[in-house]
Design a protein around this ligand. Sequence first.
Ligand SMILES: Cc1cc2nc3c(=O)[nH]c(=O)nc-3n(C[C@H](O)[C@H](O)[C@H](O)COP(=O)(O)OP(=O)(O)OC[C@H]3O[C@@H](n4cnc5c(N)ncnc54)[C@H](O)[C@@H]3O)c2cc1C
Length: 423
Amino acid sequence: MNRVIVVGGGLAGLTAAAYLARGGTRVTVVEQSRELGGRARTSIEEGFSFNLGPHAVYLAGAGAAALDELGIPYEGGQPGGGSFVQHQGKLHTLPEGLVSLVSTGLFGLREKMEIASFFTGLQGVDIEPLARVRFADWLAEQMSTTGARGLVTMLARISTYTHPTSDMSAGAAIRQMQLAFQKNVRYVNGGWQTLVEALRRQVEGHGGDIVSGVSVRSLARDSALRGVVLENGETLAADAVILAGSPHMVAQLTGITHWAATRVPVHAACLDVALRHLPHPSRKAAFGLEEPLYASVHSAVANLAPEGSALIHLARYGGLQGREAGAVRLELETLLDQLQPGWRQYVVKTRFLPDLTVSNAAVLASQGGLAARPQVAVPGLQGLFLAGDWIGPEGMIADASFSSGRSAAKLILNQREQQSEAA
Ligand SMILES: Cc1cc2nc3c(=O)[nH]c(=O)nc-3n(C[C@H](O)[C@H](O)[C@H](O)COP(=O)(O)OP(=O)(O)OC[C@H]3O[C@@H](n4cnc5c(N)ncnc54)[C@H](O)[C@@H]3O)c2cc1C
């Protein structure tokens, strides 16, 4: 039979399926939603490409490497310049280089020296011994000034999407900042759905099947894994299954509840704003120093909006955290008042998504950091594999989905090769 079923048609599942199909394996992806892509979906409304909140590809990350390996191009642009820091309620120019750091009034001399030294040493930090060290403890050891700690915390938040950052694995946070500063990020023309569609074409182009709008209800197994059972009771036979969803999905389908009980998801509240005109084109981004806030004009560098108009993503890291949705929305609108005064008269559409799951699991020091995340092969369950943004030792957010999807597929392909050599 030699069929592999992939449960979940997000980036992790589609990446796994693309590698399997290219490797000559019969693969079927089952996605419960009618739309493929999971959290990487983009909806096109009135000519604007709305990602599900702000999405950027880390060009030095595992996702970019997998896309390159699969031959999937993704055009777009890199953000930079025209950025501000919101400090004590007011916007200040973000120092983006040594010259602007020296001249900014945002920090004192000792703070500037600590910030400069952080950037000089960042790429050389050995992250391995820092896997189980809390980011807050590492920061306290490295820096004595409030301003420098605040700026580095802000950068860690932007790079990892995690808030609060204190319990994060210092190794994981630093790795993510290293990636961000090595090659920057890219906002993708047409939105992340273009990546989803390219992966879908790879799967189908190499003979794989995709079934959407159908949920997997359980695994089919007796003494061995036999496949999956769909919501309509039909069994899809397979000798290997990749579960490419959340810890809760894994708990529901396998009965392994440990991960669902212990993983701490990363949330964000997002406001997506489409404008028919951008009042201040040179003002492109703003980040909160004290408050976990983000605003960026994604259409400034990527093709996401009709000519002359603009698409802006705003977010509060951490999501609502017990606050009223209306108060958080107001906070984000106020940040946009500061970045783009007058924006309200040009609104085409706004979309407020108060509680998105950015990642299924924060990378915590207490859980051992990246290297201690669950592995793609489920121990004791022959033929069962996992993929997703909480799986495997490499990358955070979508990089982990790409990386674990690729690893699960490679593991299955290797096993197949060994079996056929033995036969
Ligand atoms: C606001 C926001 C901003 C983000 N920004 C970035 C960013 O800038 N950079 C970055 O790298 N990442 C970013 N991410 C994270 C990135 O979007 C995700 O990590 C990635 O898309 C997750 O892909 P996945 O395939 O692992 O999971 P998902 O996209 O969640 O896919 C899982 C799929 O499984 C399906 N499924 C679940 N249960 C079943 C079942 N029983 N049967 C069939 N199907 C099932 C679901 O419907 C879903 O489609 C962001 C996410 C959000 C929300």
